[in-house]
Write a protein that binds this ligand. Structure first.
Ligand code: CA
Length: 241
């Protein structure tokens, strides 16, 4: 039997929750509805869903607080989260992504957009056919064990950052535009802004620590992974005679 993905809908407005649930069920998903953060937590304690649609503005704890908590919990850290938000400005959207959301949908949204984003996020999180282990200048990535290390030290990467790094390492030294990264790493970029790439590159660099400089920004062109990162140029000041 085909697996029916379970979606937890955390939304305090019943009309929106019902609209989402009806459309998801009609398209082969199982849905559970939680009206606030406490009932959402109860649902998650009972069963970990395949995806969470999370309203930003909730009574009590906000969606942002919940997203951060679930990302920090080993039981839920891999569960994709799509934030639903009426807050349209870029700073808010970036805050949502920084809290660990995989994507966001601005209200009002069409049900077609909702389904496209849900499917895209699930596809991105689905196990990929494993590729070869790659090692470049002390940075190693092994898709079969899902491990990344730098100089023998294990690093912790989120699923999108892992995929991004895998792609960059697979074609090291080549420059990739944001649009081509969206296409190759995200797969379905119809509704995703190029700015999203920058957010994940930032997260990837942070996760890589000392190896973060290997992910280079190429001005006006995009990003590349290089074994020979440019060192910051230090211009010696002339000492006054
Ligand atoms: Ca709300």
């Amino acid at each position: 039997m085909r697996h029916m993905p379970a979606v937890l809908v955390v939304e305090d407005e019943p009309s929106i929750a019902e609209l989402i649930a009806v459309n998801l069920r009609h398209n082969g998903f199982r849905t559970t509805w939680a009206i606030d953060s406490a009932s959402a937590q109860r649902e998650i304690d009972a069963a970990v869903p395949d995806l969470i649609l999370l309203d930003w503005m909730l009574p009590g704890e906000s969606g942002l607080v919940l997203a951060k908590r679930w990302r920090a919990n080993p039981r839920t850290k891999e569960v994709p989260i799509i934030m639903l938000t009426a807050r349209g400005d870029e700073a808010d959207r970036v805050a949502g992504l920084d809290a660990g959301a995989d994507d966001y949908i601005s209200k009002p949204f069409s049900t077609r957009e909702l389904l496209a984003r849900v499917r895209a996020v699930l596809r991105r999180k689905a196990p990929e056919p494993v590729g070869e282990a790659i090692s470049i200048a002390g940075l190693s990535l092994d898709p079969s064990t899902y491990r990344v290390s730098f100089q023998e030290q294990l690093l912790k990467l989120g699923p999108t950052e892992f995929k991004l790094l895998q792609y960059l390492m697979g074609s090291a030294e080549r420059v990739h535009s944001r649009a081509s990264l969206l296409d190759k790493v995200w797969g379905d970029h119809v509704y995703i802004e190029e700015r999203t790439v920058d957010v994940h590159v930032k997260r990837l660099r942070e996760a890589l620590g000392a190896a973060g400089t290997m992910v280079e920004t190429v001005r006006g062109a995009g990003y590349r992974l290089t074994a020979r990162p440019l060192q910051p140029v230090v211009v010696a000041e002339k000492t006054s005679a």
